[in-house]
Design a protein around this ligand. Structure first.
Ligand code: SAH
Length: 242
């Protein structure tokens, strides 16, 4: 019994790995968040969608497990990488008691990498990734991690920077960074990476604090040596100094 957990990258077909495309071809049914369905609908022809009405992640993973137990070859499809704020871990949890199901995780290009490439090269050296969503992580824990990343002079990549209910999380995150970082620190925003309407903007940390973003955006905050070179965001790795 085989269950693939497949990351499809930021934009679907164009940025999927060949391994992901080949694994998907072997599956006869799949589950995917409706938002991403149209990104890869061309690769889903003839396959059955499991439990279309379900939106909760746990329900989707349980339904995928049950389909595998019933003899289907199943694809659990995530945008970006399924192991980065995705469902890969949950899939192992719900299959814990079913060793007959073989789970294969196929990695995809996560928003930190695809968005970084749009901006230039902001993550060339050590960086930290933090999600500003407090749906599954208490806000105090998120603040603790932001303080630690600020202290460590990591470049930061922020996922889930806002939603309709959470409008001030980015501002709060910037205030934490501003306790140790210069307001002129170069930062970047990328929206709809790889998709129609892709947009990016390079701005300072001080400006970022007063900018509103939505959940289709990934935010990049430079460290103490990040610069803007030819209009792109670059964190030098230090090659020129050796
Ligand atoms: N598994 C996904 C992340 C899911 S969390 C991955 O590896 O990329 C959802 C957050 O990811 C969004 O709020 C946004 O911050 C980021 N994100 C995912 N895809 C994106 C895209 N195409 N453009 C911009 N941001 C994206």
């Amino acid at each position: 019994m085989k269950l693939y957990v497949i990351g499809i990258g930021p934009s679907g077909e164009n940025e999927m790995t060949l391994r992901a495309v080949r694994a998907l071809a072997k599956c006869d049914c799949f589950t995917i968040c409706t938002l991403y369905l149209r990104l890869i609908d061309g690769l889903l022809d003839g396959k059955e969608r499991i439990q279309t009405g379900m939106t909760r992640e746990v329900d989707r993973c349980t339904a995928a497990r049950d389909a595998a137990l019933a003899g289907h070859t199943v694809a659990v499809i995530s945008s970006g990488d399924a192991g980065v704020y995705g469902m890969a871990g949950l899939m192992f949890e719900v299959c814990q008691e079913y060793p007959e199901i073989e789970i294969e995780v196929i990695s995809g290009i996560t928003a930190a990498c695809s968005g970084g490439a749009v901006l230039g090269a902001p993550l060339t050296n050590d960086f930290a990734v933090v999600s500003l969503s407090n749906l599954l992580t208490p806000w105090e824990t998120i603040e603790k991690r932001l303080h630690a990343a600020a202290q460590g002079d990591f470049c930061l990549c922020l996922y889930n920077p806002a939603s309709k209910k959470r409008t001030d999380h980015l501002q709060k995150a910037c205030d934490i960074l501003l306790t140790v970082r210069d307001p002129k620190t170069p930062c970047g925003l990328v929206r709809n990476i790889g998709r129609e309407g892709e947009q990016f903007r390079i701005l300072t940390l001080g400006e970022l604090r007063d900018t509103s973003v939505d959940m289709l955006t990934t935010v990049f905050i430079g460290n103490s040596v990040t610069e803007v070179i030819s209009g792109r965001l670059v964190t030098p790795r230090g090659y020129r100094g050796v």
